[in-house]
Design a protein around this ligand. Structure first.
Ligand SMILES: C[S@@+](CC[C@H](N)C(=O)[O-])C[C@H]1O[C@@H](n2cnc3c(N)ncnc32)[C@H](O)[C@@H]1O
Length: 350
């Protein structure tokens, strides 16, 4: 076979090669000569995947500026972050996380004023109007999505210990699911234990299991969004945990605004007690890719900081969920990351 001369190799193939070498000058030259940045190789890898594999931050920035989205996936479902991670390129990985945070914040500004929240409420209400089934190790909705699964039990136990640090505390949990965190909280002997649950089948299950007869437990049946006054009246809380289903980041953010902000005239304090209250949430956003989850970790931390809350993440091994067996019969694995970042959120000390 005849070997191709340099001039005969396409500009695009040379562009991917230059990205792979981390040769930002050559990338710049080829882009100036109209090489198509959106080219991929035969496994769907973009210029960003190649630049990430090189670890060269300058090349990564150049490719991002030229228009390759930070969250591109190749045919194997890998992000550019996976390539940076495999190569051990920490600085490059962090550059991708920051690119993701910037892009998400811009998107948020662009979406301001859209009637997104109505659509999101409708999605949650749709889930709440369909039956759910308890089936062995999981709670499944009508579309075979895993609403809750028992592989999360060790994480829930840690979340319970995080928000309930000694007996007698007043704790709030949003979303009963399989009751794993609530059972763990009960073991810690809270003085008052408020559970908010919106799904009628889950509520019925709670009653069948006798949760409405436990002395320290108060069940609030309904969407947390519609029950804030009741939740507030039963508080303030030493510990709060949030883990719903069929909701979006905006709902989590709205929940934070509802629990960390006092009334305008200051007559009613925040739902989380001050100064020592502890808050945590199921940190599953973007849970199918480490890069996406890390971007959310940064976004939540920054949003909470604006509300006077500091967030610390502790890494907990969660690779059990990566076993294919775990997801048998479930529509979509919602967790595929080796480490779970368990958030502990506290008031910033003045
Ligand atoms: C992931 S499960 C919670 C699992 C729980 N952490 C455990 O340990 O088993 C989510 C629960 O939140 C409930 N839920 C969904 N949307 C809600 C809302 N807006 N308000 C209150 N509960 C909600 C669901 O019905 C479901 O029972």
């Amino acid at each position: 076979m005849e070997e191709l001369g340099v001039e005969q190799i396409s500009k695009e193939a040379r562009l991917l090669g230059a990205c792979h070498e981390g040769n930002s000058q050559l990338v710049k030259d080829l882009l100036a000569r109209d090489a198509d940045i959106f080219v991929t190789d035969d496994t769907g890898r973009t210029a960003l995947h190649f630049a990430a594999a090189s670890g060269d931050v300058k090349t990564i920035k150049m490719v991002l500026e030229a228009g390759i989205p930070w969250n591109s996936l190749d045919d194997g479902n890998f992000t550019a972050g996976d390539y940076a991670e495999i190569g051990g390129h920490l600085e490059a990985y962090n550059e991708l996380v920051q690119a993701g945070v910037r892009a998400e914040l811009i998107l948020r500004l662009l979406n301001r004023g859209s009637n997104d929240s109505e659509e999101k409420r409708a999605a949650n209400e749709e889930y709440l109007s369909q039956p759910v089934v308890y089936s062995g190790d999981s709670l499944i909705d009508a579309e075979k999505n895993g609403v809750m699964m028992s592989w999360e039990a060790p994480l829930m136990e840690l979340h319970a210990k995080t928000i309930c640090t000694s007996p007698g505390k007043t704790v709030l949990n949003i979303g009963f699911g399989m009751g794993i965190i609530d059972s763990a909280l009960q073991q810690l002997n809270p003085g008052k234990h408020v559970i908010v649950e919106a799904h009628p089948d889950v509520f019925q299950h709670m009653k069948n299991e006798g949760w409405d007869r436990k002395p320290s437990v108060h069940i609030v049946f309904g969407r947390w969004q519609d029950k804030i006054d009741e939740i507030r009246a039963l508080g303030p809380y030493d510990g709060i945990f949030f883990d719903t289903f069929g909701e979006f980041y905006q709902d989590l953010d709205d929940f934070h605004k509802a629990i960390f902000v006092a009334s305008d005239d200051g007559s009613v304090g925040p739902v989380l007690s001050q100064p020592d209250g502890i808050y945590s949430f199921f940190n599953g956003m973007g849970g199918d890719h480490r890069l996406f989850n890390d971007v959310y970790c940064d976004i939540v931390r920054a949003d909470l900081m604006n509300l006077g809350i500091e967030t610390e993440y502790s890494a907990v091994a969660s690779d059990i969920a990566m076993d294919e067996e775990t997801w048998k019969g479930i529509k979509r694995p919602y967790w595929m990351i080796k480490n779970y970042h368990l958030p502990t959120c506290k008031w910033i000390k003045k």
